[in-house]
Design a protein around this ligand. Sequence first.
Ligand code: SF4
Ligand code: SF4
Length: 426
Amino acid sequence: MSEAATGRLGAFDATDAPSMDGLRACVHCGICLPQCPTYRVLGEEMDSPRGRLYLMRAAAEGRTGLTPTLAHHLDLCLGCRACETACPSGVPFGQLLEATRGQLERRGIRAPETDRATLDFALNLFPNPGRLGSLLGMLRLYQWSGMQAVVRGLGLLTPFKKLHAMEALLPPLPRAPAPLPELTLARGRRRGRAGLLLGCVQRYFYPGVNADTVRLLSAAGWEVVVPREQPCCGALHLHAGRLDDFRGMARRFMAAFGDDVDLVVANAAGCGSALKAYGHWLREPEAEAFSATVRDVSEVLVDSELPLGELRETVTYHDACHLAHGQKVRSQPRELLKRIPGLVLVELGDSDLCCGSAGVYNLLEPDIAQELARRKVERIRETGARIVATGNPGCLMQIAQQCRAEGFAVEVVHPVSLLARALREP
Ligand code: SF4
Ligand code: SF4
């Protein structure tokens, strides 16, 4: 039987195989190479988009198998999708990467270099609010008892690279916030009903961002619904190629939101990008309809007139990859920040180059991640800004930890936090 008849594509089987048209769209021009963070750091063709596409296509054409070497080069990819933005041929790199990772995962083909234990730990932790809540309780105790100051001061974790990388990311933890109201009414003219995604990291590490988002949406005329039982959206599982787990999580997430909202609003770039991909990966009309309702918070607020007072600050903006490259949302957050009277927005060099966070990449590949964070902070210093704004909790943590490590006093915040500071409510 021919490959076309079986649905097989060379070394790939028919289940979620990467698109041959997508792979063939690459004309090897190399325009994407200078935009690729791993190519910039490692300087290796096989750690560039073109090299990775070459490997995927060779597997699809049966010239090579799905090997641990191929898995290794894909594991080193941040999944930032900067190559997609740069590519003049429209290569859908993100989908090809996720499909190939899906095949590798399902068949247990793994790179020996990859730290599976840390990846499995993260993938099991985030979808489980009970485990995440218990861990958070312990981390609060660690931080508030003064133990963290001792551990950091004496560098006790420095010999343990991964543990050190994880600990260094920990932002100052707030007290457990009161749950947000399940329903917040719109102020002024009602524009519709928006459901808010709380996000696993956002809700526990930056709960103020969610509270600010509700305030702003309400001031912009949106009635805000916050479903209490919100499962994880599955973004980490999608990027890791755990596609069946991802689809299960997506279905549970959609069920939690029901169908009585006009929009689903995300303030975490990685989560928003995953929600917008439900239609592609589930291939069901309900999922396509759901994805069509998803917006980043900046896409919603930019169409409203918020009453903003003065905020005399110099701010720079870092483009989170899954906002700029994954969702093509670039102008809206900048436009909103520029509307704040007194705020001066200074453009950041390489603003859309990954900071190294990339889901749990900074835990799996701390050396590359730290080098990217170092370069990011170098660019931030050049702006002279006192505040860095960015629309993803992973980027907030990653940039803040590098600034702390360098003793560089800059505030790292979500753009909605600045808008909420400037909001003048009646
Ligand atoms: S997704 Fe990012 S890291 Fe991966 S190949 Fe593309 S530009 Fe490079
Ligand atoms: S992915 Fe696009 S930009 Fe990169 S080499 Fe292929 S065609 Fe050129």
